[in-house]
Design a protein around this ligand. Sequence first.
Ligand SMILES: [Zn+2]
Ligand SMILES: [Zn+2]
Length: 184
Amino acid sequence: MDAENAAPEGAADVPAGRVYGQNPDHVRPDWQEYFLRIMDTVATRANCDRGRAAAIIVRDKRIVATGYVGAPAGLPTCDEVGHLIKVAYDERGGQHKHCVRTTHAEMNAIAQAARHGTPIDGATIYIKMTPCLDCTKLLINAGIRRVVCRKRYHADHDSVRILREAGVELVVLSEEAESYAEME
Ligand SMILES: [Zn+2]
Ligand SMILES: [Zn+2]
């Protein structure tokens, strides 16, 4: 066999008839979709069924921290011992039940970065829905500059406003609003 027709290095691993890079069934996700799919996988680790959400913090196309809705490490979870429900009242007298056992995914991702000394200044966060007001304030102060959400949270008015005021880019992929189980 002359050099021109020699099998390229590694060619022995290629099954006969398979042309790499030309599989019509494979759709390669773009970066945004890639991180959102990983977020969905992280969300399966959440341990409160009132909202199994997750957050992925990304810098320079690298995942630097992840978080999911969960009880503080080492403490009993909602899935194990039930929710810890508190009732809150809004300005119109409406009553809302919240599970307060868990920490939100965004906060847990920031806590993970802090624990490992990972800078997240200038990072993007990928989350399921627009953040609550507390998480929004924390994201701004942690240096997050871009927030990508699959959908709207039903009560995100103040969060959207202060993200805009702080100059944080907000990308919401669907205007469909998610009403958390907290609404009941
Ligand atoms: Zn719960
Ligand atoms: Zn939150």
